[in-house]
Design a protein around this ligand. Structure first.
Ligand SMILES: [Zn+2]
Length: 305
């Protein structure tokens, strides 16, 4: 099942290919979508924006029309160069958006609907996305406030799980989650209730800084690359790019302690941390012991999510 940050990346890739482009063709195998397309054609509209909200993907067309899809278990969006051979059968195609250069194809999406801004507003199943750490309007104060508000409502939520929650702040994936917590000196398993305002500010600041640094590192033209040289240490050497992510069993670059890894949250995502630079603080007076992780060295040099 695709996770929120996978959909987020899909939205980014679609935005990169389709954003600002004119739709030259639209095709669908779904009757309700075809009906809307017959009445108010998609071709001729501009793709204003592609965004994710949790596991929903939203494609905004000019003229107040939004295509909303949910992948559930089986759905996916593919992007092909015009004329390129699809990697899935036509019988699985549910919708195709064509531009001069690209074809975006939705395969097997079980939920696909057109909305207007107004009907979308009323459609409460779609979560509101938190502020995007890469947006111009994002501020450290604003990010810290989101974290503080979330902490007030969810005091027991664990820090690294919250950093991945796209409804709190949008943008961080599994790699940066660990890197941001390390840089802020915050143990990723701490409860949100134990965070101080300066710690929240630090996390918002590093979230923004790392994401921005990695856009610039990418292709140099403002395009986000997710499989490129993600780095947070300022060192571009392949083995020295990250503070803790993927480094279980190795020495902390700051203090020499052994980096740990532990699966965290409902989705059991890998979390990496330095138990010395990121001290544990119990959320309750009964002194809950610090979480312990694995330190066995795994395949080196593999960086993924
Ligand atoms: Zn350390």
């Amino acid at each position: 099942m695709p996770e929120g940050d996978t959909i987020y990346r899909a939205a980014r890739a679609l935005q990169r290919a389709l954003g600002g482009k004119l739709v030259t063709g639209f095709e669908t195998a779904l009757a309700p979508l075809a009906r809307v397309n017959d009445d108010t054609p998609i071709a001729g509209r501009t793709i204003e924006k592609v965004e994710s909200r949790g596991k929903w993907l939203l494609i905004h067309f000019s003229g107040d029309l939004i295509l909303v899809t949910h992948m559930l278990m089986s759905g996916s969006w593919h992007i092909y160069r015009a004329g390129e051979r699809w990697r899935m059968g036509r019988n699985r195609m549910r919708a195709v958006i064509r531009t001069a250069d690209w074809e975006a194809v939705a395969f097997n999406v079980p939920v696909a609907e057109f909305h207007t801004a107004r009907s979308l507003e009323r459609y409460t199943q779609i979560p509101k996305l938190g502020p995007d750490v890469l947006s111009e309007g994002f501020t450290v104060e604003g990010g810290a406030r989101r974290l503080a508000d979330y902490a007030a409502a969810n005091p027991r939520a664990e820090v690294a799980v919250v950093l991945l929650n796209q409804r709190v702040m949008a943008g961080l994936g599994n790699v940066y989650k660990s890197e941001v917590a390390f840089s802020a000196g915050v143990n990723p398993f701490r409860a949100m209730s134990t965070l101080t305002p300066p710690e929240m500010e630090q996390m918002a600041e590093f979230a923004q800084r790392y994401m921005q640094a990695n856009i610039l590192d990418g292709s140099g033209d403002g395009i986000v690359t997710y499989f490129g040289n993600r780095r947070t240490t300022g060192n571009s050497n392949r083995d020295d790019r990250l503070w803790v992510y993927g480094r279980q069993g190795q020495e902390c670059r700051r203090c020499g302690a052994t980096i740990m890894m532990r699966k965290q949250g409902e989705q059991a995502r890998s979390t990496y941390w330095c138990p010395s630079c990121q001290p544990w603080i119990s959320p309750s007076p009964d002194a809950t012991p610090a979480p312990v992780g694995r330190t066995g060295v795994v395949r080196r040099g593999k960086v993924g999510c």
